[in-house]
Design a protein. Structure first.
Length: 419
Protein backbone atom coordinates (compact mmCIF):
# COMPACT_ATOMS: atom_id res chain seq x y z
CA UNK A 1 0.00 0.00 0.00
CA UNK A 2 2.84 2.39 0.75
CA UNK A 3 5.09 1.62 -2.22
CA UNK A 4 3.85 4.53 -4.31
CA UNK A 5 4.37 7.18 -1.61
CA UNK A 6 7.56 6.02 0.11
CA UNK A 7 11.22 5.58 -0.83
CA UNK A 8 11.50 2.29 1.07
CA UNK A 9 9.49 0.14 3.44
CA UNK A 10 10.42 -2.78 5.63
CA UNK A 11 9.31 -4.93 8.54
CA UNK A 12 11.19 -4.50 11.81
CA UNK A 13 12.86 -7.57 13.21
CA UNK A 14 14.54 -7.48 16.61
CA UNK A 15 17.59 -9.31 15.28
CA UNK A 16 18.23 -6.67 12.60
CA UNK A 17 16.49 -3.57 13.97
CA UNK A 18 19.68 -1.52 14.44
CA UNK A 19 20.69 -2.06 10.83
CA UNK A 20 17.13 -1.41 9.63
CA UNK A 21 16.99 1.93 11.44
CA UNK A 22 20.31 3.02 9.95
CA UNK A 23 19.17 2.13 6.47
CA UNK A 24 15.87 3.93 7.06
CA UNK A 25 17.57 7.13 8.24
CA UNK A 26 20.01 7.08 5.33
CA UNK A 27 17.23 6.50 2.84
CA UNK A 28 15.09 9.27 4.32
CA UNK A 29 17.88 11.84 4.13
CA UNK A 30 19.45 10.83 0.80
CA UNK A 31 18.67 13.13 -2.12
CA UNK A 32 15.90 13.65 -2.81
CA UNK A 33 14.66 13.28 0.79
CA UNK A 34 11.43 11.37 1.29
CA UNK A 35 9.50 9.12 3.66
CA UNK A 36 10.24 5.58 4.76
CA UNK A 37 7.58 3.31 6.28
CA UNK A 38 8.35 0.60 8.82
CA UNK A 39 6.00 -2.11 10.10
CA UNK A 40 6.50 -3.15 13.74
CA UNK A 41 4.86 -6.54 14.38
CA UNK A 42 3.60 -7.02 17.92
CA UNK A 43 5.68 -10.20 18.14
CA UNK A 44 8.87 -8.11 17.95
CA UNK A 45 8.02 -5.51 20.60
CA UNK A 46 9.16 -7.62 23.59
CA UNK A 47 12.24 -9.18 21.98
CA UNK A 48 15.73 -7.93 22.83
CA UNK A 49 17.29 -5.87 20.04
CA UNK A 50 20.45 -7.53 18.79
CA UNK A 51 23.68 -5.54 18.72
CA UNK A 52 25.51 -4.68 15.53
CA UNK A 53 28.60 -6.81 14.90
CA UNK A 54 30.61 -3.61 14.34
CA UNK A 55 29.84 0.05 15.16
CA UNK A 56 28.10 1.83 12.30
CA UNK A 57 27.12 5.53 12.48
CA UNK A 58 23.45 6.38 12.11
CA UNK A 59 24.17 8.54 9.07
CA UNK A 60 27.05 8.21 6.59
CA UNK A 61 30.03 10.47 7.14
CA UNK A 62 30.44 12.00 3.69
CA UNK A 63 33.08 14.57 2.85
CA UNK A 64 31.80 16.53 -0.17
CA UNK A 65 34.36 16.93 -2.93
CA UNK A 66 35.17 20.42 -4.18
CA UNK A 67 34.89 20.58 -7.99
CA UNK A 68 37.91 21.90 -9.87
CA UNK A 69 37.71 24.62 -12.50
CA UNK A 70 37.89 22.19 -15.41
CA UNK A 71 34.81 20.26 -14.26
CA UNK A 72 32.90 23.54 -13.94
CA UNK A 73 33.87 24.67 -17.45
CA UNK A 74 30.48 24.00 -19.15
CA UNK A 75 28.72 26.10 -16.49
CA UNK A 76 31.37 28.82 -16.52
CA UNK A 77 31.10 29.11 -20.30
CA UNK A 78 27.32 29.54 -20.05
CA UNK A 79 27.69 32.14 -17.31
CA UNK A 80 30.37 33.97 -19.28
CA UNK A 81 28.02 34.42 -22.24
CA UNK A 82 25.13 35.69 -20.12
CA UNK A 83 24.43 39.38 -19.58
CA UNK A 84 21.09 38.96 -17.79
CA UNK A 85 21.13 35.70 -15.79
CA UNK A 86 18.30 34.86 -13.40
CA UNK A 87 18.31 32.28 -10.59
CA UNK A 88 15.37 29.99 -9.81
CA UNK A 89 16.07 28.32 -6.46
CA UNK A 90 14.25 25.33 -5.04
CA UNK A 91 14.23 22.68 -2.35
CA UNK A 92 17.71 21.35 -3.07
CA UNK A 93 19.23 24.54 -1.69
CA UNK A 94 17.58 23.68 1.64
CA UNK A 95 18.62 20.02 1.53
CA UNK A 96 22.30 20.94 1.11
CA UNK A 97 22.07 23.91 3.52
CA UNK A 98 23.43 26.13 0.78
CA UNK A 99 21.68 29.40 1.65
CA UNK A 100 24.87 31.39 2.25
CA UNK A 101 26.53 30.03 -0.87
CA UNK A 102 23.45 30.81 -2.94
CA UNK A 103 23.42 34.43 -1.77
CA UNK A 104 27.13 34.82 -2.58
CA UNK A 105 26.57 33.30 -6.04
CA UNK A 106 23.67 35.66 -6.77
CA UNK A 107 25.75 38.63 -5.65
CA UNK A 108 28.65 37.60 -7.91
CA UNK A 109 26.31 37.36 -10.90
CA UNK A 110 24.21 40.36 -9.90
CA UNK A 111 21.23 38.15 -10.74
CA UNK A 112 17.65 38.41 -9.43
CA UNK A 113 16.43 35.36 -7.51
CA UNK A 114 13.02 33.72 -7.54
CA UNK A 115 12.52 30.90 -5.04
CA UNK A 116 9.93 28.17 -5.02
CA UNK A 117 7.26 28.44 -2.34
CA UNK A 118 8.87 25.80 -0.11
CA UNK A 119 12.34 27.36 -0.51
CA UNK A 120 11.09 30.76 0.61
CA UNK A 121 13.70 32.33 2.90
CA UNK A 122 16.72 30.56 1.40
CA UNK A 123 17.63 34.09 0.26
CA UNK A 124 16.73 36.61 2.99
CA UNK A 125 13.67 38.43 1.74
CA UNK A 126 15.05 41.86 2.51
CA UNK A 127 18.02 41.20 0.22
CA UNK A 128 17.98 43.55 -2.82
CA UNK A 129 18.39 40.62 -5.27
CA UNK A 130 15.37 38.74 -3.89
CA UNK A 131 12.64 39.17 -6.47
CA UNK A 132 9.91 36.94 -5.07
CA UNK A 133 8.24 33.57 -5.40
CA UNK A 134 8.11 31.29 -8.42
CA UNK A 135 4.45 30.24 -8.61
CA UNK A 136 4.12 29.28 -12.27
CA UNK A 137 1.86 32.23 -13.00
CA UNK A 138 1.82 34.86 -15.68
CA UNK A 139 3.17 37.64 -13.49
CA UNK A 140 6.74 36.34 -13.31
CA UNK A 141 7.02 35.50 -17.00
CA UNK A 142 7.88 39.03 -18.09
CA UNK A 143 10.93 39.18 -15.83
CA UNK A 144 12.08 35.61 -16.49
CA UNK A 145 11.65 36.12 -20.24
CA UNK A 146 14.07 39.07 -20.12
CA UNK A 147 16.85 36.75 -18.93
CA UNK A 148 19.33 35.32 -21.40
CA UNK A 149 20.28 32.47 -19.02
CA UNK A 150 18.12 30.69 -16.43
CA UNK A 151 20.13 29.09 -13.62
CA UNK A 152 18.13 26.58 -11.60
CA UNK A 153 19.58 25.77 -8.17
CA UNK A 154 18.12 22.70 -6.52
CA UNK A 155 14.84 23.16 -8.40
CA UNK A 156 12.73 20.01 -8.16
CA UNK A 157 10.04 19.24 -10.71
CA UNK A 158 7.51 18.62 -7.92
CA UNK A 159 7.66 22.36 -7.14
CA UNK A 160 6.50 23.44 -10.61
CA UNK A 161 3.05 23.74 -12.12
CA UNK A 162 2.17 20.60 -14.16
CA UNK A 163 2.49 22.50 -17.44
CA UNK A 164 5.05 22.70 -20.25
CA UNK A 165 8.15 24.82 -19.57
CA UNK A 166 7.27 28.29 -20.94
CA UNK A 167 10.74 29.81 -21.52
CA UNK A 168 13.11 29.76 -24.49
CA UNK A 169 16.30 30.99 -22.79
CA UNK A 170 19.02 28.37 -22.16
CA UNK A 171 18.92 26.67 -18.76
CA UNK A 172 21.90 25.78 -16.57
CA UNK A 173 20.93 23.32 -13.83
CA UNK A 174 22.74 22.89 -10.51
CA UNK A 175 21.18 19.96 -8.69
CA UNK A 176 21.69 17.52 -5.85
CA UNK A 177 20.60 14.58 -8.02
CA UNK A 178 20.04 13.95 -11.75
CA UNK A 179 16.76 15.13 -13.25
CA UNK A 180 14.85 12.15 -14.63
CA UNK A 181 11.51 13.82 -15.37
CA UNK A 182 12.89 16.14 -18.10
CA UNK A 183 10.43 18.87 -17.15
CA UNK A 184 13.08 21.59 -17.35
CA UNK A 185 15.14 21.63 -20.61
CA UNK A 186 18.50 22.11 -18.87
CA UNK A 187 21.83 21.81 -20.62
CA UNK A 188 24.31 21.54 -19.05
CA UNK A 189 23.37 19.93 -15.75
CA UNK A 190 25.86 19.89 -12.88
CA UNK A 191 25.06 17.33 -10.18
CA UNK A 192 26.70 17.42 -6.77
CA UNK A 193 26.71 19.05 -3.38
CA UNK A 194 25.24 22.51 -3.97
CA UNK A 195 27.40 24.22 -1.38
CA UNK A 196 30.52 23.06 -3.20
CA UNK A 197 29.14 23.74 -6.69
CA UNK A 198 28.03 27.25 -5.77
CA UNK A 199 31.29 28.05 -3.99
CA UNK A 200 33.32 26.96 -7.01
CA UNK A 201 31.20 28.88 -9.48
CA UNK A 202 31.24 32.00 -7.31
CA UNK A 203 35.04 31.84 -7.22
CA UNK A 204 35.52 31.43 -10.98
CA UNK A 205 32.48 33.06 -12.61
CA UNK A 206 32.86 36.58 -14.06
CA UNK A 207 30.96 39.41 -12.39
CA UNK A 208 27.58 40.04 -13.95
CA UNK A 209 26.19 43.16 -15.55
CA UNK A 210 24.25 44.08 -12.41
CA UNK A 211 20.75 44.05 -13.86
CA UNK A 212 19.41 42.03 -10.91
CA UNK A 213 18.61 44.66 -8.29
CA UNK A 214 16.54 46.77 -10.67
CA UNK A 215 14.73 43.73 -12.08
CA UNK A 216 14.03 42.37 -8.60
CA UNK A 217 12.73 45.70 -7.31
CA UNK A 218 10.46 46.19 -10.31
CA UNK A 219 9.04 42.71 -9.91
CA UNK A 220 8.40 43.20 -6.19
CA UNK A 221 6.58 46.46 -6.99
CA UNK A 222 4.55 44.73 -9.70
CA UNK A 223 3.42 42.01 -7.29
CA UNK A 224 2.57 44.58 -4.62
CA UNK A 225 0.43 46.52 -7.09
CA UNK A 226 -1.33 43.33 -8.21
CA UNK A 227 -2.25 42.48 -4.62
CA UNK A 228 -3.36 45.98 -3.69
CA UNK A 229 -7.05 45.28 -4.14
CA UNK A 230 -9.46 47.70 -2.45
CA UNK A 231 -11.11 46.37 0.67
CA UNK A 232 -13.75 47.27 3.20
CA UNK A 233 -12.32 46.49 6.60
CA UNK A 234 -9.35 44.22 7.12
CA UNK A 235 -7.92 42.84 3.87
CA UNK A 236 -5.97 39.55 3.88
CA UNK A 237 -2.90 41.24 2.40
CA UNK A 238 -2.85 43.89 5.13
CA UNK A 239 -3.33 41.20 7.75
CA UNK A 240 -0.07 39.55 6.67
CA UNK A 241 1.75 42.88 6.44
CA UNK A 242 0.68 43.84 9.96
CA UNK A 243 1.72 40.44 11.29
CA UNK A 244 5.17 40.80 9.76
CA UNK A 245 5.54 44.30 11.20
CA UNK A 246 4.71 43.36 14.79
CA UNK A 247 6.11 39.83 15.12
CA UNK A 248 9.83 39.32 15.87
CA UNK A 249 12.24 38.93 12.95
CA UNK A 250 13.07 35.31 13.88
CA UNK A 251 9.42 34.18 13.83
CA UNK A 252 8.82 30.88 12.05
CA UNK A 253 5.64 30.93 9.96
CA UNK A 254 3.51 28.05 8.70
CA UNK A 255 0.82 28.44 6.08
CA UNK A 256 -2.22 26.38 5.17
CA UNK A 257 -3.61 25.72 1.72
CA UNK A 258 -6.49 27.83 0.44
CA UNK A 259 -7.23 31.21 -1.07
CA UNK A 260 -5.31 33.08 1.60
CA UNK A 261 -2.12 31.09 0.96
CA UNK A 262 -1.27 33.01 -2.20
CA UNK A 263 -1.31 36.25 -0.22
CA UNK A 264 0.64 34.86 2.74
CA UNK A 265 3.31 33.47 0.42
CA UNK A 266 3.75 36.83 -1.28
CA UNK A 267 3.39 39.16 1.71
CA UNK A 268 5.11 37.35 4.58
CA UNK A 269 8.87 37.89 4.59
CA UNK A 270 11.15 35.07 5.75
CA UNK A 271 14.72 35.98 6.56
CA UNK A 272 16.31 32.55 6.76
CA UNK A 273 15.97 29.02 5.39
CA UNK A 274 13.25 26.81 6.88
CA UNK A 275 11.56 29.80 8.49
CA UNK A 276 8.49 29.44 6.25
CA UNK A 277 6.75 26.07 6.07
CA UNK A 278 3.86 25.15 3.81
CA UNK A 279 2.35 22.22 1.95
CA UNK A 280 2.87 22.72 -1.77
CA UNK A 281 2.12 20.40 -4.69
CA UNK A 282 -0.94 18.60 -3.32
CA UNK A 283 -1.45 21.62 -1.04
CA UNK A 284 -3.13 19.75 1.78
CA UNK A 285 -5.60 21.68 3.90
CA UNK A 286 -5.08 21.44 7.65
CA UNK A 287 -1.27 21.71 7.47
CA UNK A 288 -0.62 24.97 9.33
CA UNK A 289 -1.31 23.92 12.94
CA UNK A 290 0.52 20.54 12.96
CA UNK A 291 3.30 22.19 10.94
CA UNK A 292 3.50 24.86 13.62
CA UNK A 293 3.72 22.26 16.38
CA UNK A 294 6.66 20.65 14.61
CA UNK A 295 8.33 24.04 14.20
CA UNK A 296 7.85 24.82 17.88
CA UNK A 297 9.41 21.49 18.89
CA UNK A 298 12.39 22.23 16.63
CA UNK A 299 12.68 25.85 17.80
CA UNK A 300 11.40 26.08 21.40
CA UNK A 301 12.80 29.59 21.86
CA UNK A 302 11.38 31.18 18.71
CA UNK A 303 7.85 32.49 18.06
CA UNK A 304 5.72 30.39 15.70
CA UNK A 305 2.74 31.81 13.80
CA UNK A 306 0.33 29.63 11.85
CA UNK A 307 -1.69 31.25 9.05
CA UNK A 308 -4.81 29.26 8.21
CA UNK A 309 -8.20 29.78 6.68
CA UNK A 310 -11.34 28.97 8.61
CA UNK A 311 -11.78 25.73 6.63
CA UNK A 312 -8.22 24.58 7.22
CA UNK A 313 -8.46 25.37 10.92
CA UNK A 314 -11.61 23.31 11.33
CA UNK A 315 -9.90 20.34 9.67
CA UNK A 316 -7.12 20.39 12.29
CA UNK A 317 -8.91 21.76 15.33
CA UNK A 318 -7.97 18.78 17.50
CA UNK A 319 -4.30 19.73 17.17
CA UNK A 320 -5.00 22.87 19.16
CA UNK A 321 -5.75 20.59 22.09
CA UNK A 322 -2.41 18.87 21.44
CA UNK A 323 -0.69 22.28 21.61
CA UNK A 324 -2.30 22.94 24.99
CA UNK A 325 -1.59 19.48 26.41
CA UNK A 326 2.05 19.48 25.28
CA UNK A 327 2.62 23.15 26.22
CA UNK A 328 3.56 24.25 22.68
CA UNK A 329 2.73 27.95 22.49
CA UNK A 330 1.87 28.70 18.87
CA UNK A 331 -0.12 31.65 17.53
CA UNK A 332 -2.85 30.55 15.12
CA UNK A 333 -4.15 33.33 12.88
CA UNK A 334 -7.45 32.31 11.31
CA UNK A 335 -8.31 34.28 8.17
CA UNK A 336 -12.09 34.10 8.52
CA UNK A 337 -13.64 34.77 5.11
CA UNK A 338 -16.70 32.63 5.93
CA UNK A 339 -16.15 30.28 2.98
CA UNK A 340 -13.89 27.71 1.35
CA UNK A 341 -12.33 30.57 -0.58
CA UNK A 342 -10.23 28.72 -3.15
CA UNK A 343 -13.21 26.72 -4.38
CA UNK A 344 -15.37 29.84 -4.57
CA UNK A 345 -12.66 31.61 -6.60
CA UNK A 346 -12.42 28.73 -9.05
CA UNK A 347 -16.19 28.51 -9.37
CA UNK A 348 -16.43 32.24 -10.05
CA UNK A 349 -13.59 32.30 -12.58
CA UNK A 350 -15.18 29.40 -14.46
CA UNK A 351 -18.58 31.08 -14.43
CA UNK A 352 -20.15 28.43 -12.21
CA UNK A 353 -22.69 29.17 -9.50
CA UNK A 354 -21.19 29.09 -6.01
CA UNK A 355 -22.07 25.87 -4.25
CA UNK A 356 -20.99 24.05 -1.11
CA UNK A 357 -18.49 26.65 0.07
CA UNK A 358 -20.25 28.46 2.90
CA UNK A 359 -18.83 28.67 6.42
CA UNK A 360 -19.10 31.32 9.09
CA UNK A 361 -20.63 31.91 12.47
CA UNK A 362 -17.71 30.44 14.44
CA UNK A 363 -16.88 32.08 17.75
CA UNK A 364 -13.09 31.69 17.66
CA UNK A 365 -12.64 32.93 21.22
CA UNK A 366 -14.96 30.31 22.67
CA UNK A 367 -13.59 27.54 20.46
CA UNK A 368 -10.06 28.28 21.67
CA UNK A 369 -11.09 28.53 25.31
CA UNK A 370 -13.04 25.28 25.06
CA UNK A 371 -9.80 23.51 24.14
CA UNK A 372 -7.79 25.25 26.85
CA UNK A 373 -6.13 27.88 24.65
CA UNK A 374 -6.48 31.65 24.58
CA UNK A 375 -8.63 33.22 21.89
CA UNK A 376 -9.59 36.62 20.54
CA UNK A 377 -11.56 37.90 17.56
CA UNK A 378 -10.39 40.99 15.63
CA UNK A 379 -11.64 42.93 12.63
CA UNK A 380 -9.15 45.78 12.17
CA UNK A 381 -5.40 46.33 11.87
CA UNK A 382 -4.89 47.93 15.27
CA UNK A 383 -6.67 45.15 17.16
CA UNK A 384 -4.78 42.55 15.14
CA UNK A 385 -1.39 44.04 15.98
CA UNK A 386 -2.22 44.24 19.67
CA UNK A 387 -3.53 40.66 19.71
CA UNK A 388 -0.42 39.24 18.04
CA UNK A 389 1.96 41.03 20.39
CA UNK A 390 -0.02 39.89 23.42
CA UNK A 391 -0.12 36.31 22.14
CA UNK A 392 3.67 36.12 21.77
CA UNK A 393 4.20 37.55 25.24
CA UNK A 394 1.67 35.20 26.86
CA UNK A 395 3.61 32.03 26.13
CA UNK A 396 0.34 30.16 25.59
CA UNK A 397 -1.34 28.64 22.52
CA UNK A 398 -3.51 31.42 21.12
CA UNK A 399 -6.10 31.67 18.37
CA UNK A 400 -6.57 35.05 16.68
CA UNK A 401 -9.73 34.92 14.59
CA UNK A 402 -9.54 37.72 12.02
CA UNK A 403 -12.61 38.74 10.05
CA UNK A 404 -11.34 39.65 6.58
CA UNK A 405 -12.78 41.11 3.41
CA UNK A 406 -12.69 38.41 0.72
CA UNK A 407 -13.82 40.61 -2.18
CA UNK A 408 -10.36 40.98 -3.75
CA UNK A 409 -9.54 37.30 -4.19
CA UNK A 410 -10.57 36.90 -7.84
CA UNK A 411 -8.74 40.00 -9.03
CA UNK A 412 -5.62 38.97 -7.11
CA UNK A 413 -5.66 35.45 -8.48
CA UNK A 414 -6.20 36.65 -12.04
CA UNK A 415 -3.27 39.05 -11.69
CA UNK A 416 -0.82 36.53 -10.26
CA UNK A 417 -1.44 33.12 -11.75
CA UNK A 418 -3.35 30.97 -14.14
CA UNK A 419 -6.01 28.68 -12.75
Amino acid sequence: MSDSITKWNATVNAATVRHTLRRALRTVSAAPPGPVQLDLPSSETEREAADLPAPVPLLPEISPLRPDKASLRPALDALGRARRPIILAGLGALWDRASGELVAFAEQLGAPVLTSTKAKGVVPEDHPLRAGILIGGLIEREMVSQADLIVTVGLDGVELQPKPWPYTAPVLSLATHPSLDALVPASPELVGNLRQLLSGLTEYAPAGSGWGETAARQFRDQVADALDAPATGLSPQRLVEVARQVLPRDTVATCDAGASRLLVVQKWQAYGPREFLTSNGLATMGYAIPGGLGARLAHPDRPVVCFTGDGGFLMAIAELHTAVRENLPIVVVVLDDQEIGMIRVKQEIKGLPTYGIGLGGVDWEKVAQGLGADGIAVDNEHALGDALQAAVKSGRPTVVGAMIDRSGYVAQFNALREL
